[in-house]
Design a protein around this ligand. Structure first.
Ligand SMILES: Nc1ncnc2c1ncn2[C@@H]1O[C@H](COP(=O)(O)OP(=O)(O)OP(=O)(O)O)[C@@H](O)[C@H]1O
Ligand SMILES: [Mg+2]
Length: 288
């Protein structure tokens, strides 16, 4: 399903002294089946934007189209169908989990959406394995688990409801490096093999550049720009100006140019173009 924001504004606690406009005139499009990253400094509106995608929040003004459903103004059944089609993994898993046991937690979504629970029970073990959890967690309370394990339970629970769109709010934060890499590989394979749309909020610019087809850059509640990774590498100064990390390969190329006098002639910045240019430089052919 295509997702279209048209001049969307969102204000928390309107008409109170605590009123805060978190999204300002957001217009953008997320195509069905695409992999999109959302980056921005803390407080730029990433989580607020994501919570609109499964109608947890609705625009204060403007229009949001989620497939065949339009917000605001959708009725209860339409919202329910959006909640099933768009899975949202919260930034803080403890805000998402509430059942007594992991097993109950995993079955909650499918039960709520009227799935055949006997069938879902046969999928539980595969699902745990997919997200990197042992079967032994099934009878434990989700609140006894580590932050990383809770995140994995919330992810398994989301996937068992078979959403088309995976909305992931910093899913790898708090995981060890290997865990982060495996989880990113899982999203990549769900995107490539099952054509899921993926919308990923991350503070890791390298992940955004490596996995996403488009990167949405938010700045103080507005869309600063929407760029492909190969376009974003030319936005080093802009990213720095709004307090974002510059991807490591981009910094490395800057270093090569400034310190080693390397002449950079490639369009893309990646392992291949860096090693190609370095070899050329060492042979005396890429020196500025
Ligand atoms: N429930 C709320 N009530 C009032 N203001 C809020 C509420 N939730 C968020 N905000 C404010 O809205 C703005 C955007 O918050 P949001 O959580 O979307 O940012 P974010 O980009 O996800 O930040 P982070 O990287 O820290 O997760 C912030 O200024 C925040 O303080
Ligand atoms: Mg956030």
């Amino acid at each position: 399903m295509d997702i279209i924001f048209e001049n969307v504004n969102y204000t928390y606690q309107p008409n109170t002294p605590f009123s805060h406009q978190a999204l300002k005139d957001i217009s953008l499009e997320i195509k069905s089946g695409s992999f999109v990253a959302v980056v921005g400094h803390t407080g730029s509106g990433k989580s607020t934007l994501l919570q609109h995608l499964n109608a947890l929040l609705q625009p204060t003004s403007g229009r949001l189209v989620l497939g065949n459903v339009e917000l605001p103004g959708a009725h209860h059944e339409q919202i329910k169908s959006i909640r099933q089609r768009v899975g949202l993994l919260f930034q803080y898993p403890e805000h998402q989990l509430f059942e007594e046991t992991v097993k109950k937690e995993l079955l909650f979504g499918p039960k709520n959406f009227g799935f055949d629970l006997k069938q879902v029970e046969t999928e539980l073990n595969d699902s745990l394995q997919e997200v990197g959890l042992e079967e032994s967690v099934l009878d434990r309370s989700p609140f006894e688990l580590s932050g990383g394990q809770m995140k994995r339970v919330a992810l398994a629970s989301m996937l068992l409801a078979k959403p088309q769109v995976l909305v992931l709010d910093e899913p790898t934060a708090g995981l060890d490096p290997l865990g982060q890499k495996k989880m990113m590989q899982l999203f990549k394979s769900l995107h490539e093999n099952k054509q899921h749309t993926v919308v990923l909020v991350t503070h890791n610019m390298d992940d955004a550049m490596r996995y996403a087809e488009k990167v949405i850059v938010l700045n103080q509640g507005t869309v600063e720009c929407v760029k492909s990774p190969s376009e974003l590498i030319h936005e080093r100064d802009r990213l720095k100006a709004i307090g974002l990390d510059v991807p490591e390969p981009v910094e490395f190329v800057e270093y090569m140019k400034a310190r080693l006098g390397v002449l950079w002639e490639e369009e893309d910045i990646n392992e291949q173009t860096i090693s190609r240019t370095l070899v050329k430089h060492l042979k005396g052919g890429a020196t500025s």
